[in-house]
Design a protein around this ligand. Structure first.
Ligand SMILES: [Zn+2]
Ligand SMILES: [Zn+2]
Length: 261
């Protein structure tokens, strides 16, 4: 069984054929998909999708993507504490820092990120971290935040769509974060990423597609979908010198532990 730990299944890109997309995921061996809600405006829709009966099993994370970090974080955090509850909602996220595309001031993003980390900690839920061109600040902020805080399970959360190098992978792992592995692991140019993932080790990795974004090599330029997690597993297996079956098994165990599935 494979687990897609990060897909934007409620994205309008899937409005025309969501059930066909889910059927293909099931056929590819995907047992669980974690649907990510980026903005409070999406939370109810994502929760409703999780509650309607589906196969594969749908779970979700509710968050505030850095793109929306200019909202007052206090009411967002309070609403999250009320709405983000298992069994449907298994994490807070995505939250984090985006210095690549997001025009919101870094300080404003950091304030929202910290406030939501506090809320997740109070709710005892793991966090899905978005980190784009912001590794130094993200890791500094996380290290500061978790210093002296007890860790209940093996994972505090996931650095989703991990795109860093070995030192960042090491820091993330030692903080108790899983690294999310996506389509880019299959891109020929990404040797540094593959080296970082090898160094981190399979015990700290989870699979994700980030659908409809980031398709693996065979479908670059097209819409991505959760069934592609199979190709990502194969790409990661090749990078690690493991079998795809072993990669599927261990990453699914990691994902279950991370999200307490
Ligand atoms: Zn993201
Ligand atoms: Zn995402």
């Amino acid at each position: 069984m494979l687990i897609d730990t990060h897909a934007h299944l409620s994205d309008t890109a899937f409005d025309g054929d969501r059930s066909a997309v889910l059927a293909r995921a099931l056929e590819a061996g995907v047992g669980v998909i974690v649907d990510i809600a980026d903005s409070p405006d999406d939370w109810d829709r994502v929760l409703a999708l999780c509650r309607s009966s589906h196969s594969p099993l749908l779970r979700c994370a509710l968050g505030l993507h850095p793109y929306y970090a200019d909202r007052d974080p206090d009411p967002v955090a309070e609403a999250l504490a009320r709405k983000a509850k298992p069994p449907e909602a298994v994490a807070f996220g995505e939250i984090g820092l985006d210095y690549a595309r997001c025009r919101i001031a870094h300080e404003v993003q950091q304030r929202a990120f910290l406030r939501l980390l506090e809320a997740a900690d109070a709710s005892e839920l793991p966090v899905v971290i978005h980190c784009r061109d912001s590794f130094a600040d993200t890791l500094d902020l996380l290290e500061g935040f978790y210093r002296g805080r007890a860790k209940t399970g093996r994972f505090r959360g996931v650095l989703h769509c991990f795109s860093g190098k070995e030192p960042e992978a090491q820091r993330g792992v030692s903080l108790g974060f899983a690294l999310g592995v996506d389509g880019p692991v299959t891109y020929p140019a990404n040797d540094a990423l593959r080296a970082a993932l090898r160094r981190a080790g399979l015990a700290h990795l989870v699979l994700e597609t980030d659908s409809p974004y980031l398709p693996p090599q065979a479908s670059r330029g097209k819409r991505n979908e959760p069934a592609a997690v199979k190709e990502i597993a194969a790409g990661l297996a090749a990078a690690l010198g493991e079998t795809p079956e072993e990669v599927g098994r261990i990453t699914s165990e990691n994902a279950k532990e991370l999200f307490r599935l």
